[in-house]
Design a protein around this ligand. Structure first.
Ligand code: TYM
Length: 347
């Protein structure tokens, strides 16, 4: 049977947070357990050096993502786990694909504009090329499905365009990759503004947080009186939706909206409904809500942390997993590069 392929990745910017886990890694796991798919998951180290970073800390950050993957439940027997730069073919294909992408197209991507605002003194070529390298990551495995959160959709669209252009111009056979969605494809920030993100302090809970830390992080989520018109309290503002270019029903505009989303994700839809009726009735006691929610989140994270610790204590095993993963990935990647070079007339 010809299996469908999957590729996804995470930048090495620190510990994975609930956004990464619910929006992406849960999807990685689901697909790796489906025998119809052959799955490749990488740490996108090359994608992490286009904004300021500390080389000395970097190896630890890269390994930390691998440990988060393994802790979260990715099974190296069922999927290929590797480090992006260990498969140099990604860069070879990236260059060839970049012939199909205009500079203007890259300059107009919302993620690029965001980074330019964030790091006005570090606007480099790698940043502009980011989506083309991402297209290469995906297309080199001829991936059909890509588990990512909504923030990555503009990049996925670039990969689709590149696949189409390459197929039309050079007769290659790249599938047009599609997003694999999870319930957490948009995890809001604990601050109630925008999405959970590593670059916004106070916005996230990491996979390795203790119960105390989770409680203290949730303590700072802003709330309201707990009583009133549900549309005002829990609904979504047009402004934040536009900013994040996210579908209307996915963006909570305030802390209460974020809390409700977390209740839904960790305690279920019924629990959310309970709070909504309390909101319109006797009122919600946010202290109790936050305590219960913290416990529910921690209950979910505890086995992840235990598994992570086991791998952390066995660096040799982790090294073996990465070497085996890179070897497997390189084999597939090399084949695609050879095909594309031939199709483009390179000898
Ligand atoms: P990165 O490292 O920013 O995020 C990793 C994954 O986590 C998802 N994510 C979220 N999902 C829901 N809610 C959130 N608040 C949230 N925050 C992050 C992201 O959508 C992503 O799926 N460019 C990618 C890395 C990459 C890649 C690839 C991904 C490089 N090459 C090829 C897929 C395929 C990135 O920066 O993800």
């Amino acid at each position: 049977m010809n299996k469908k392929r999957v590729l996804s990745g995470t930048r090495a910017t620190g510990k994975l947070h609930l956004g990464n886990y619910l929006g992406a890694v849960k999807g990685y796991i689901a697909l790796s357990e489906d025998p119809e798919y052959e799955t490749f998951y990488m740490v996108a180290d090359l994608h992490s050096v286009n904004t300021p970073y500390y080389p000395k800390d970097f190896p630890k950050k890269v390994r930390s993502v691998v440990l988060d993957y393994l802790g979260a439940g990715l099974d190296p027997e069922k999927c290929t786990i590797f480090i992006q730069s260990h498969v140099p073919q990604h860069i070879q294909l990236f260059y060839l694909l970049s012939t199909q992408v205009s500079v203007a197209r890259m300059q107009h991507l919302p993620t690029y504009k965001e980074k330019v605002k964030q790091y006005p003194k570090d606007v480099n070529m790698a940043l502009l090329n980011y989506p083309v390298l991402m297209a290469s990551d995906i297309l080199i495995y001829k991936a059909d499905a890509v588990p990512v959160g909504v923030d990555q959709l503009p990049h996925l669209e670039v990969a689709r365009e590149v696949a189409r252009k390459m197929n039309e111009k050079y007769g290659t056979d790249f599938p047009e990759p599609e997003q694999f969605k999870t319930d957490g494809e948009y995890v809001p920030s604990l601050t109630g503004e925008g999405k959970m993100s590593k670059s916004v302090e106070g916005s996230y809970i990491t996979l390795v947080d203790s119960l105390e830390t989770i409680k203290s992080r949730l303590a700072s989520t802003p709330t309201d009186s707990g009583k009133g018109d549900i549309k005002e309290g829990l609904f979504f503002s047009q402004e934040s939706m536009k900013e994040a270019s996210v579908p209307e029903d996915l963006v909570p505009s305030n802390g209460v909206g974020s809390l409700m989303k977390f209740v839904e994700l960790f305690q279920g839809k019924e629990k959310r409904k309970e709070y909504e009726s309390q909101y319109e009735g006797e009122g919600v006691r946010y202290g109790d809500l936050k305590n219960e929610l913290s416990e529910a989140i921690y209950k979910h994270l505890e086995p992840i942390q235990e598994r992570r610790k086991k791998f952390e204590d066995d660096p040799k095993l982790v090294e073996e997993i990465l070497q085996g993963g890179a070897q497997k990935a390189r084999k597939v990647a090399e084949k695609t590069v050879t095909e594309v070079k031939a199709a483009m007339g390179l000898i």
